[in-house]
Design a protein around this ligand. Structure first.
Ligand SMILES: *Cc1c(COP(=O)(O)O)cnc(C)c1O
Length: 430
């Protein structure tokens, strides 16, 4: 298999990595659990849309920081402080190159995707949104890209509108875009890749169309940046949010990318140390971007860990990662479709390695518990997308989600156990 198409882009035929070598970098993948009758269950980790595992290289980088560089940043005159500041700011540059930003000033460190979207809703929204202005989202958003806008709408009197998705295959009905845009539309904020359907949305076309109307676009990249090559200049998105922990980095660190001009226009997010220029008792001026948005002591070790994760991903190659995951997903989908009673939610032509399903009448929580008893970690629930579930008229799904360290034999193991679940819960196979 070659020439795999990601959002219209052809990937060349690439030589893939040795997955067993890759797995050796992840100590946690060797974890085992005790099963029934003194059996040993190896971990089969298929909950990567929730969070990913960390390679030794990331753990080492963070430990190195604490052992050799730890001090507060941007303040100290001493040598250790200079080391910490250099390591922290180098991480920002590293991230900037990874997504091909024009400048490292366009990279704001946050706690994650959620905080990055809240930052935009707060600092951009409260300054530029008024009563009757419209913000366009989609019906498939994670709560992180819904609630901040609901809060903003409640405060300002703005109106939220939603691009619908197709119930049959979980794709955005982008044809509605033109009729949904009007002179009051101020921002479009959509997910690049759905954490429920795995759909990779056609964001390049959406952004072009929005820009024809001078409307900025924010992308929720929590699922896309870890799995697809990302070039913010090529996409031409105005904001992009993503989380370190979903791309082999630590928890507690994430990124808001914003075009410098937009960041300059925005008010600060939180107030405190570091984000200021000069302070009087009754007023203050702000530091330059991105520091204006980074009040207080940041997660320095987290930033360094995220840069190490990016080094790791880059060494494997993002295009290779995409290609490998597409092969894994195509294989899993074809095997799953052979199981009688299987309903898969999300059959977009361009999709990532997130598979939401419902098997027979087995409740997703029972399914997840059954799989857990075999050592397989999957997620069951509404996946922080309750409006999406409501539209599908289901309470929950079971979700298996992959990363580049998953193997074809793990997929086979999952498939075997899905079949066993049918027997176990009394639905048989025939
Ligand atoms: C995980 C996720 C988020 C939230 O990310 P946090 O790291 O919890 O802030 C937002 N959107 C999507 C699509 C996600 O998958």
């Amino acid at each position: 298999m070659s020439h795999i198409n990601v959002d219209g882009k052809q990937l060349e035929t690439l030589e893939l990595f040795e997955v067993e070598e890759v797995r050796n970098d992840f100590p946690i993948l060797k974890e085992k659990f005790s099963g029934p009758k003194n059996s040993v269950l190896p971990l089969v980790y298929l909950d990567n849309a929730a969070t990913t595992q960390k390679p030794q290289q990331v753990l080492d980088a963070m430990q190195y920081y604490y052992r050799h560089q730890n001090a507060n940043v941007h303040r100290a005159i001493h040598k250790l402080g200079e080391r910490a500041t250099a390591a922290y700011e180098d991480s920002r540059k590293r991230i900037s190159r990874f997504i091909n930003a024009r400048s490292h000033r366009e990279i704001v460190f946050t706690r994650g995707t959620t905080e990055a979207i809240n930052l935009v809703a707060h600092s951009w929204g409260r300054k530029l949104i008024g009563r009757g202005d419209e913000i366009l989202l989609s019906e498939m958003e994670h709560h992180s890209n819904l609630i901040p806008w609901q809060l903003l709408a409640k405060e300002t009197g703005a109106v939220l509108r939603f691009i619908p998705f197709s119930r049959s295959n979980g794709t955005l009905q982008i044809g509605h875009l033109e009729e949904m845009i009007n002179e009051r539309t101020r921002l479009i904020s959509v997910t690049h890749m759905s954490n429920v359907f795995g759909t990779i949305n056609p964001v390049r076309g959406l952004i072009q169309k929005a820009h024809d109307h001078h409307i900025p676009v924010m992308l929720d990249g929590a699922q896309s940046v870890p799995h697809l090559p990302t070039d913010v200049q090529e996409l031409d998105c105005d904001f992009l949010a993503f989380s370190g922990h979903k791309m082999c980095g630590p928890t507690g660190i994430g990124v808001l990318y914003g075009k410098e001009k937009l960041l300059e226009e925005m008010e600060p997010f939180q107030g405190g140390g570091e984000m200021i220029g000069s302070v009087w008792l009754d007023k203050a001026t702000w530091n330059e971007v991105p520091h204006k948005f980074e009040a207080g002591t940041p997660d320095i070790a987290g930033a360094i860990g995220l840069a190490a994760a990016i080094d790791y991903l880059d060494r494997l190659g993002m295009e290779r990662i995409t290609l490998y995951e597409q092969k894994l997903t195509t294989y899993a989908l074809s095997k799953m479709r052979e199981i009688s009673g299987m309903r898969i939610f999300g059959m977009a032509p361009f999709r990532g390695g997130v598979i939401s399903f419902y098997l027979g009448k087995i409740h997703p929580h029972d399914m997840a518990q059954f799989l857990d008893s075999k050592g397989i970690a999957v997620r069951a629930g509404h996946h922080c997308a309750q409006p999406l579930m409501r539209k599908l008229e289901i309470p929950a799904t079971t979700r298996a989600s992959f990363y580049f360290y998953n193997t074809f034999s793990e997929i086979d193991f999952l498939i075997d156990n899905l079949k066993q679940a049918l027997e176990y819960f009394g639905y048989g196979t025939g």
